[in-house]
Ligand binder design. Structure first.
Ligand code: UDP
Length: 492
């Protein structure tokens, strides 16, 4: 029958409000939306969240779904699946960053093909409300047809969303690859960035992606509301501006990872089962003596850069925990005799690490990050100073916010050419890495004000997620607005 595609669903017909969440096919999206679904379910007894994913993506969310208190240990969040678009990939390769680079590009290029499956799910189950990833703007139209409210969940911060909007409006004025651009239309201090560090759509004359960004902004503005995984204490001016000029209703509910961190089961299985041996290794290290080096779930380094990074970490003389993703990498990057020379001073985790649990460990003193938005929120929530090494997407924009506006991070390298396009980036030399890391780890050194700001921000991040905090009250406001709309059967 036409319903054959709905496998694995264990939806029971409850009297609760059924809210369906649609995350994009990448762990940087699946993870925060799962945290958010857990939060929704624990914040109101009458809301039943359901994650709607393709079969190959269920394994990245089931291990961190909250369990109910009852003896049955049933997950409090339901799962419904729809088929992954047939684009000729191997079964189970349905997530950006888990297969080869070419497979990730294919997924990224074909995600609009997810629409029919999503449409069937919504029409079949007729949920009371939907919360869609910003990557799926068409879900607004499907929801409008059924007259149910549609909210968008963003996996980036207010600053970068606003910047994208400004850039899509200013494209005509951007001329050369080696220019600097002053971003027009942002509140607060002047933001100026090299074109190379901006998303590539800014430059191109005729480009589908720019139109897509424009459409996304319009969809966000027309939707019932926008849910942003951020907190006002981090980027208050930009949250205000987003609320005022972009969204009909804006809810700042993050950092959502904080709620997950209190549940041992969820935190260790977040985004998949991670290597937990590294936590025991950290137990033996002194407080604030280890630097965590991790670049998210989809970044890709050339072997030469990995080699240089290995040498840099060795020369830094610091303790380090380095997460190297296994994808597409042979071990050619590893310098000869390196592991023996490093001994117990460093640990390489291959594959998936329980990042939030690691960041919360007392032995971690700093975080070298690619500035993916989730990592940044998680880093600030742990009160850790960050050394930034952005690679693509909105990461340079996030770095700009942290280093030049907030002051809780420093750039790892400013000397050479850096770019959102890998081919245009210069190799970051080992001596730069070694010096940056060792200077940054000095507790009373030149970065002490950065360390101090980071600690302050950690306290703020945790307080907004505690009872009476800003993010908690935004979540209550969201739930009550949503229940009002569902009760009165309006989608506006
Ligand atoms: N992450 C993790 N273990 C890893 C690598 C990443 O738990 O080994 C998590 C990390 O905590 C974050 C997410 O994966 O929640 C990555 O999202 P982010 O926005 O930082 O980067 P992206 O992967 O989207 O580039």
């Amino acid at each position: 029958s036409s319903n054959d595609f709905l496998i694995n669903s264990n939806i029971v017909n409850t009297n609760k409000w059924r809210v369906f969440l649609f995350p994009f096919f990448a762990r940087g999206h699946l993870i925060p939306m799962t945290d958010f679904a857990n939060l929704l379910s624990t914040s109101h007894p009458d809301i039943e969240p359901t994650m709607v994913v393709t079969p190959g993506n269920t394994k990245f969310i089931t291990s961190s779904l909250g369990k109910s208190n009852s003896s049955t240990q049933q997950p409090v969040v339901q799962i419904v699946t729809y088929p992954f678009p047939s684009i000729g990939l191997k079964p189970d390769v349905e997530t950006i960053g888990i297969g080869k680079l070419a497979e990730s590009s294919a997924i990224d290029g074909a995600f609009h093909m997810a629409r029919p499956g999503q449409e069937q799910v919504i029409q079949h189950y007729k949920p009371d409300a939907v919360i869609a990833d910003m990557k799926f703007p068409w879900i607004a139209a499907i929801a409008a047809e059924l007259r149910i409210p549609c909210l968008f969940f963003t996996c980036s911060g207010s600053f970068s969303i606003l910047l994208y909007r400004c850039l899509s409006r200013m494209r005509a004025n951007v001329v050369g690859l080696h220019d600097h651009v002053t971003v027009l239309g942002l509140p607060g201090r002047e933001i100026r960035m090299p074109v190379l560090e901006l998303p590539p759509f800014v430059l191109a004359e005729e480009n589908n992606y720019a139109q897509y960004v424009e459409r996304m902004m319009k969809t966000l503005g027309d939707a019932f509301g926008v849910v942003v995984n951020t907190y006002r204490g981090l980027e208050s001016e930009y949250c205000k501006e987003l609320e005022k000029t972009l969204a009909r209703r804006a809810y700042f509910v993050g950092p959502v990872s904080v709620s997950c961190a209190t549940d041992q089961h969820s935190v260790l299985g977040r985004g998949g089962e991670g290597e937990t041996g590294c936590l025991r290794w950290l137990d033996k290290k002194e407080e604030r003596s280890v630097v965590l080096v991790s670049f998210g779930s989809q970044s890709y380094f050339r072997s030469m850069q990995l080699h240089e990074l290995a040498m840099g970490l060795e020369e830094s003389g610091q303790n380090f925990l380095w997460v190297v993703r296994g994808v597409d990498q042979s071990e050619q990057w590893m310098p000869e005799g390196w592991e023996e020379r490093i001994g117990d001073r460093g640990l390489v985790v291959r594959g998936w690490a329980p990042q939030v649990a690691i960041l919360a460990h007392a032995a971690i003193g700093a975080f070298v990050t690619h500035c993916g938005w989730n990592s940044i929120l998680e880093g600030t929530a742990a009160g850790l100073p960050m050394l930034t090494w952005p690679l693509a997407h909105d990461q340079f924009i996030n770095e700009k916010l942290l280093v030049d506006v907030v002051g809780c991070a420093a750039r790892l390298w400013e000397g050479g050419e850096r770019s959102t396009t890998d081919m245009k980036s210069e190799l970051v030399p080992r001596t730069v890495i070694a010096q940056a890391v060792s200077r940054f780890m000095e507790p009373k050194g030149e970065y002490s004000s950065v360390h101090c700001k980071a600690r302050e921000l950690g306290a703020v991040a945790r307080s907004v997620m505690a009872e009476g905090g800003n993010s908690v009250s935004d979540l209550s406001r969201l739930i009550s607005d949503l229940i009002d709309a569902m009760q009165s059967n309006t989608c506006q």
